[in-house]
Design a protein around this ligand. Sequence first.
Ligand code: AMP
Ligand code: ZN
Length: 105
Amino acid sequence: MNDCIFCKIIAGDFNTDFVYENDYAVVFKDINPKADIHLLVVPKLHVESLNELEDEVLLGKLMMTVKEVTKKEGLKSYRTVINTGKEAGQEVFHLHIHILSGGII
Ligand code: AMP
Ligand code: ZN
């Protein structure tokens, strides 16, 4: 999607450092962290939100990506959050899973 900030990040437009990447997703640090460690797991495919996601296999792969990156980063305790819809606090309309660990605000 042309004006989607996360699609631009995935395309490398901002030279964002990826903490982790696999065939389906990239993981990068949240620009406005709400915990000591705040990562975003973002599918390479543009899907607006969980409401628009129809691919259950992709959903499983995204959750496995959470496991992979937290293992790689040595995180044993963390919270995962998916905000869906403006009223629930979704600001970026490209599906993403927050990973929050340590000193969560
Ligand atoms: P949400 O409110 O669930 O849509 O979360 C969007 C998250 O993306 C927020 O926590 C923002 O701080 C984060 N964010 C927005 N723009 C960027 C960016 N360019 N790089 C990293 N994180 C971003
Ligand atoms: Zn997008």
